[in-house]
Design a protein around this ligand. Structure first.
Ligand code: B16
Ligand code: MG
Length: 212
């Protein structure tokens, strides 16, 4: 077996919380008085909360308008919208094939790690009852440098003592695919080739993936 570890992004890979991030940002944009589409949201995927806010404000031509303190408040407002959606999250929202893939990995003795930019990641894993599958969890509270910096993935590999070339990263964001490739890991894009041109492989969900 070539690979020893799978590192999973959370939002948009294990669970469709990516749509809740979009709806949260859209609610904020609506309140500030500008439109924000799903296609524009692609650029916000995988990056940190504050970096996403900066991009959103640029899209609305409002990046110069707010002080750092006001930006913190806007980010907290979006997070509250997001948490309102997530509080309704059900176990059924786990994306197709996740538990089956984790079970196969456990049997094959392949480590399972999380590489998420989200500060809400642990809460979501608990809500979905999948936290115990993970050998190591990296979330937005642990990393200093956000994707496309590879730290979010290399931290897991380092802690688990696994060479980067023996890791497979599962990602739905362009920033995350770039991070995996920079680290020298294999990148499986969850989504479309159009949105993730740098991925080594493309699957529409993790259930489609086979280690062969
Ligand atoms: P939070 P992932 C990322 O999670 C999301 O893709 C991205 O849209 C979000 O801005 C980021 O987490 C921060 O999330 O506001 O919950 O801390 O895809 O890396 O699992
Ligand atoms: Mg994601």
């Amino acid at each position: 077996m070539k690979y020893q570890c799978g590192i999973f992004d959370l939002d948009g890979v294990l669970v469709d919380t990516a749509k809740y991030h979009y709806l949260g940002w859209k609610k904020l944009a609506d309140r500030l008085g500008f439109s924000f589409t799903e296609q524009q949201n692609e650029a916000l995927k995988g990056i940190s909360r504050m970096a996403a806010l900066d991009l959103l404000l640029k899209m609305g031509d409002m990046n110069e308008k707010f002080s750092e303190e006001e930006k913190e408040e806007l980010a907290a407002e979006k997070n509250q919208y997001y948490l309102d959606f997530v509080s309704q999250l059900k176990e059924e929202e786990l994306l197709p094939g996740v538990t089956e893939l984790f079970e196969r990995m456990k049997q094959a003795n392949i480590k399972i790690a999380l590489g998420s930019a989200s500060k809400n990641a642990r809460l979501i894993l608990e809500r979905l009852h999948i936290k115990d599958y993970f050998d190591f969890i990296v979330d937005g509270t642990l990393v200093k440098k956000a994707k496309p910096d590879p730290e979010v993935f290399t931290l897991s590999a380092d802690r688990l003592g696994i060479p980067y070339e023996k890791c497979v990263v599962f990602e739905d964001s362009a920033a995350g695919i770039q991070a995996a490739k920079t680290a020298g890991m294999t990148a499986v894009g969850i989504g479309t080739r159009k949105n993730l041109p740098m991925a080594d492989y493309i699957c529409s969900n993790v259930g489609e993936f086979t280690w062969q």
